[in-house]
Design a protein around this ligand. Structure first.
Ligand code: PHE
Ligand code: ZN
Length: 878
C-alpha cells in the first residue's frame, strides 16, 4: 500500500546485478495457520558488475523474520536492516551462504501473488515480482539460479506436492505429514518458481521427442474435474510436435505438469516444468465449454508450452524486455493456431482484437512502446501492446526475412542466447545477422508508441501506362513522444484489373514483373511507388494479410470495396473491404438514422450468404458487423446510443431483407451427431448462430421458438449459450425462465456460472446495472475470484457500452465503487478495471466530467495501491 507517490523505474537506469545467486535451497512447511519458508542462498559477487559495494539488498515483502544466518552465524541487529521492500545486509563477503527462515500467511493472501490458497490447495504466482512475497531474494529476471525445493505438508489434505523440475525424494513423516523434494537442473529467474500442494487428481500421457527423450505429461485438477482434461492434453501434444517441426525446439525435462486453479489473476503461467493455469484454460467438455473455449484452451496451452524456449531457456534481462518473451510467444501461438484450424480466420480474429484493443490503447493516455521505457508497477504492463503488438512486430520480421531466413535467425537466437537473460535488441540482432539486413530503422517499432497511419493516394497515367501509389506515413503523438521518426513498414499489396485478376507488377527501377503480392518497404515520410506497364486503371489491394500494425487510409469508392469483396484473393483484404463498407454505412446512420442502406451492400450480403462453396468460417467474419466499440473509435466523439441504434437497426434491416436466406443458412448448418470441436463443425455452428442472431432482430414469434428449441435441444454449450444470450436481451418471461433453468442445471460448475453472469451483464435490457448489482449478492458470485469479477463487473463495464455509459453516470459510479472495493483485495484486478475509464476523453463533456470525477476520487483515496495509482494518475494527465 502506498506511502508516498510511487517511484518510476526507467530502462535507462538498468545496471547488472552486483551479486548473483547460483543456487538456492528452499524448504516449505505448509500449515493451516501459517507457512514457514527456509532458504539457503549461494551468493557470490557478479564478475560482470563494475562496483561490488559490499552491501546486498534482497527483495522481500510481507515476510516475518524468524532467523537469519550469514555463513552459519546469526546476524546481529546492526548488521542488517529490514523495511517494507526488503532486507539490506551491510557487509557481505564476495562469496557466502545466507540462510533465512520466514513466516508467511498464504491463507490471507487475496492479491493472488506469491504463495496463496485457491480453494483447498496451495499454489504460487511469481511473475513478475511475486517471489519476494515468499522469501528474500534478488527478484529480478537477470539473476538465474538452480532451485531445489522441499515441501512438507499434511498427507491427507495435500497428497500431491509439486514444484519445478524432477522429483528426487519422498518421505513419510510423523503426525500424518509427508515431504517431497524437487530439483530443477535448469537455472531460472525466481519469477519461474512454482509450488502446488493439494488433493488433486491427474491424467497422464507421454510424448517422445525427436531425440528420443520420453516426457511424462500430467494435468492436475480437483477431483470433480478429472473428466474435463482431455482437450488440454491433446492440445499440449499438438503444441510439442509443432514446436519440434517449426522451430526445432524440443522439451528438456522428464516431466511436464499443468495444474488448473480456480483463483488466478491472468490466463496461465509458464513456470518451468510446472505450468499453473486459470481453470478456464484447461477444463472443457462439450456440455460446458463453447467452441471459443476449446480454441482458447488450445492456444493458451500452446502459449505456455512455447515459453519453455521463448521465456524460460532464454529469458528477459529486465521487465522492460517483457515483449522479448511475450510478443514472440504470442506470434508462435498464433501461427500454431493458424496451422491447427483456419489460417485466414485466425488472422482476421487477431486483427480484430488488435484493432479493438491495442489501437485503442495506443490512442489512450496509457499508450506505451512495445518496449516501454518506464513504469511504476510492472504488473500494469502486461498489455495488448506488449503482447499483441509485440507479436505483430515479430511477424513483420518473419515476413521481411521469409520462411527460411526467419528459421535461420531463430536457430541463431536459441544457440546464441540459451541460458541467458537478454533484450529485444539481442533478438533483432539475430534477424540482422542471419539475413545480412540492417534493422536499425525497424527497431523503432520497439521504442516508439502509437499506431502509424498511412495516407495513400493513387494516380493512373493512361498515356505512360504507369500507376503511382504515393504513401505518406505519420504517427500521432503519445505521452512523452511528441514527434516520431518514420517507421520501416512492410506493405503487402497487389493490383487487380477490371476482371478481378492480379496484375503483374514491375516497379520503375526493375526489369522483371512479379505476379502476385508485392511487399513494398515504406521507410520515408512520403514515398511514391511507380508501377510500369499498367494497362488499365487498377483497384489496389492494400495491406494484404495485415502485413503491418498500421491504419491505412485510401479513398476507395463503395463500388471498389464491393469489387474487392467479390474478387480479392487475400482473405484479410476481402474481410476488411466488407468491414470498411459496413463501417461507412453504420457511421452514416449514426448521423442520420434514416439514411438508406445502399442496395449494393444488401446484395453483397445476399451473394455471400448464397455462395455455399465459400469458406464458412471466413463468411462468418465477413457477415459480422464491426463492433460498437470499434465504431466508437472511428468517431471524433463516441456517440454510445447512436452507435448502438445504428448497428441494431442495420442488423434488423438486413434480417428483414434476407430473412429467407438466413433461415436457409440456419437450417443447412444445423449439425447432427455428436459434438466435435473441429474447424469445419465450429464454422458451421458459428454461421448458424450468426444467422440466428440476425433473425432474432425481427422479434418474430417463430424465430423466437427456434431459439428456445435450440436452447432446449442443445447438447453443446456453443448452441445453448448462443440461444440463451439472445433470449437474455429480451424483457420477456421466456428469457427469465431460460436463465433460471440454466442456473438450476449448472449452479455447481463455476466456469459455466461465469458465462451465466456475463450473459446477464451484457444484456441490452435497460435494467441491467440493477441486475448486475443484485447478482453481486448472488451466492455463486465472489468478489475475491478474478474470473467472477471479470465475468460480471468487467463484462458490464467494458462490453456493455449503453449500460456502462448511461447518461446519469450510474455506470461510472458503480465502477468507481468496485475499483476501491477490489483494490483492498487484489490490486492487479482493480487496476485492470480502472483502465476502462482511461479513455474518458473520447466521450462528450458531461460523461468526461463524470469519469474524471471517479478517477479523481480513486486517486484521493488513502492507501490506494501502486497499480491503481499509476493507471488513474496517467489517465488524468493531459
Ligand atoms: N506470463 C504469463 C503468460 O503470458 C502471463 C502472466 C503474467 C501470468 C503475470 C501471471 C502473472 O503466459
Ligand atoms: Zn506469455
Amino acid at each position: 500500500m502506498l506511502r508516498d507517490t510511487p517511484t518510476t523505474i526507467y530502462l535507462k537506469d538498468y545496471q547488472p546485478p552486483e551479486y548473483l545467486i547460483d543456487q538456492v535451497e528452499l524448504s516449505f512447511e505448509l500449515g493451516e495457520t501459517e507457512t514457514r519458508v527456509r532458504s539457503t542462498l549461494h551468493i557470490r559477487e557478479n564478475p560482470a558488475s563494475e562496483q561490488a559495494s559490499g552491501t546486498l539488498f534482497l527483495h522481500g515483502e510481507q515476510l516475518e523474520l524468524v532467523s537469519l544466518l550469514l555463513d552459519g552465524k546469526p546476524l546481529e541487529s546492526d548488521e542488517y536492516q529490514l523495511d517494507d521492500e526488503g532486507l539490506t545486509i551491510y557487509k557481505i563477503p564476495a562469496q557466502c551462504l545466507l540462510e533465512s527462515e520466514v513466516r508467511i500467511l498464504p491463507q490471507n493472501n487475496t492479491a493472488l501473488e506469491g504463495l496463496y490458497k485457491s480453494g483447498g490447495m496451495f499454489c504460487t504466482q511469481c511473475e513478475a515480482e511475486g517471489f519476494r512475497k515468499i522469501t528474500w531474494f534478488l527478484d529480478r529476471p537477470d539473476v538465474m539460479s538452480r532451485f531445489t525445493t522441499t515441501i512438507t505438508a499434511d498427507r491427507q489434505r495435500y497428497p500431491v506436492l509439486l514444484s519445478n523440475g524432477n522429483p528426487v525424494n519422498h518421505t513419510e513423516l510423523a503426525e500424518g505429514r509427508h515431504q517431497i523434494t524437487w530439483q530443477d537442473p535448469f537455472p531460472k529467474p525466481a519469477y519461474l518458481f512454482a509450488l502446488v500442494a493439494g488433493d488433486l487428481r491427474s491424467i497422464e500421457d507421454s510424448h517422445t521427442t525427436p531425440s528420443g527423450r520420453e516426457v511424462a505429461l500430467k494435468i492436475y485438477v480437483e477431483p470433480e474435474n478429472i473428466e474435463k482434461c482431455d482437450h488440454a492434453m491433446a492440445s499440449l501434444k499438438h503444441a510439442m510436435r509443432w514446436d519440434e517441426q517449426c522451430y526445432g525446439r524440443e522439451y528438456d525435462l522428464d516431466i511436464y505438469m499443468i495444474v488448473a486453479v480456480n483463483d488466478f489473476n491472468m490466463g496461465a503461467m509458464e513456470n518451468k516444468g510446472l505450468n499453473i493455469f486459470n481453470s478456464k484454460y484447461v477444463l472443457a467438455s462439450p456440455e460446458t465449454a463453447t467452441d471459443r473455449d476449446f480454441q482458447g484452451i488450445e492456444s493458451v496451452i500452446a502459449h505456455e508450452y512455447f515459453h519453455n524456449w521463448t521465456g524460460n531457456r532464454i529469458t528477459c534481462r529486465d521487465w522492460f524486455q517483457l515483449s522479448l518473451k511475450e510478443g514472440l510467444t504470442v506470434f508462435r501461438d498464433q501461427e500454431f493456431s493458424a496451422d491447427m484450424g483456419s489460417r485466414g480466420v485466425k488472422r482476421i480474429e487477431d486483427v480484430r482484437l488488435l484493432r479493438a484493443h491495442q489501437f485503442a490503447e495506443d490512442a489512450s493516455p496509457m499508450a506505451h512502446p512495445v518496449r516501454p521505457d518506464s513504469y511504476m508497477e510492472i504488473n500494469n504492463f502486461y498489455t495488448v501492446t506488449v503482447y499483441e503488438k509485440g507479436a505483430e512486430v515479430v511477424r513483420m520480421q518473419a515476413n521481411l526475412l521469409g520462411r527460411d531466413l526467419y528459421r535461420k535467425a531463430t536457430d541463431l537466437y536459441f544457440e546464441r542466447f540459451d541460458g541467458q537473460a537478454v533484450t529485444t535488441d539481442d533478438f533483432v540482432q539475430c534477424m540482422a545477422d542471419a539475413s545480412g539486413r540492417d534493422f536499425s530503422q525497424f527497431k523503432r517499432w520497439y521504442s516508439q508508441a502509437g499506431t502509424p497511419e498511412l495516407n495513400i493516394s493513387s494516380a493512373y497515367d493512361a498515356g505512360q501506362q504507369t500507376y503511382t501509389l504515393t504513401i505518406e506515413q505519420h504517427c500521432p503523438a503519445t505521452p512523452g513522444q511528441a514527434d516520431k521518426a518514420p517507421f520501416l513498414i512492410p506493405l503487402a499489396m497487389g493490383l487487380l484489373d477490371s476482371d478481378g485478376h492480379e496484375m503483374p507488377l514491375t516497379l520503375a527501377d526493375e526489369t522483371d514483373a512479379v505476379a502476385g503480392t508485392r511487399m513494398l518497404e515504406v521507410s520515408e515520410r512520403r514515398q511514391p511507388f511507380i508501377f510500369t506497364d499498367i494497362k488499365e486503371q487498377p483497384v489496389p489491394a492494400l495491406l494484404r494479410g495485415f502485413s503491418a500494425p498500421v491504419k491505412v487510409h485510401y479513398g476507395y469508392g463503395d463500388e471498389e470495396l464491393m469489387f474487392l469483396m467479390a474478387n480479392e484473393q487475400d482473405g484479410f483484404c476481402r474481410w476488411d473491404a466488407a468491414q470498411t463498407l459496413a463501417q461507412r454505412i453504420l457511421l452514416a446512420r449514426v448521423e442520420s438514422p434514416e439514411a438508406e442502406v445502399p442496395a449494393g451492400f444488401i446484395a453483397a450480403f445476399e451473394n455471400a450468404l448464397a455462395d455455399t462453396g465459400s469458406d464458412k468460417a471466413l463468411l462468418c467474419e465477413v457477415l459480422t458487423l464491426p463492433s460498437e466499440g470499434y465504431l466508437g473509435d472511428q468517431m471524433k466523439e463516441v456517440d454510445v446510443e447512436g452507435i448502438h441504434r445504428s448497428r441494431e437497426s442495420l442488423k434488423k434491416r438486413l434480417a428483414l431483407a434476407l430473412k429467407a436466406r438466413f433461415l436457409k443458412v440456419y437450417r443447412e448448418n444445423s449439425l447432427e451427431g455428436p459434438y466435435v470441436p473441429d474447424a469445419a463443425s465450429i464454422s458451421r455452428r458459428s454461421l448458424k448462430n450468426l444467422a440466428l442472431s440476425y433473425l432474432m432482430q425481427l422479434e418474430d414469434a417463430d424465430v423466437e421458438q427456434l431459439c428456445i428449441d435450440q436452447f432446449n435441444a442443445g447438447d453443446n454449450m456453443t448452441d445453448v449459450l448462443s440461444a440463451l444470450s439472445l433470449m437474455a436481451d429480451r424483457e420477456s418471461s421466456a428469457g427469465e425462465q431460460l436463465l433460471e433453468q440454466f442456473y438450476q442445471q449448472w449452479q455447481n460448475d463455476p466456469l459455466v456460472m461465469d458465462k451465466w453472469f456475463t450473459l446477464q451483464a451484457l444484456s441490452k435490457r435497460p435494467d441491467t446495472l440493477d441486475r448486475v448489482k443484485a447478482l453481486m449478492r448472488h451466492p455463486a458470485f465472489s468478489i475475491a475470484n478474478p474470473n467472477k469479477v471479470r465475468a460480471l463487473i468487467g463484462a458490464f463495464c467494458s462490453a456493455n457500452a449503453t449500460g456502462f455509459h448511461a447518461a446519469d453516470g450510474s455506470g461510472y459510479q458503480f465502477l468507481g465503487d468496485r475499483v476501491l472495493e477490489l483494490d483492498g483485495l487484489n490490486p492487479q484486478v482493480a487496476s485492470r478495471m480502472v483502465r476502462i475509464m482511461a479513455r474518458w476523453q473520447r466521450y462528450d463533456s458531461q460523461r468526461q466530467q463524470m469519469m474524471k470525477a471517479q478517477l479523481e476520487r480513486i486517486l484521493k483515496t488513502e492507501g490506494v495501491s501502486r497499480d491503481v495509482f499509476e493507471i488513474a494518475s496517467k489517465s488524468l494527465e493531459q
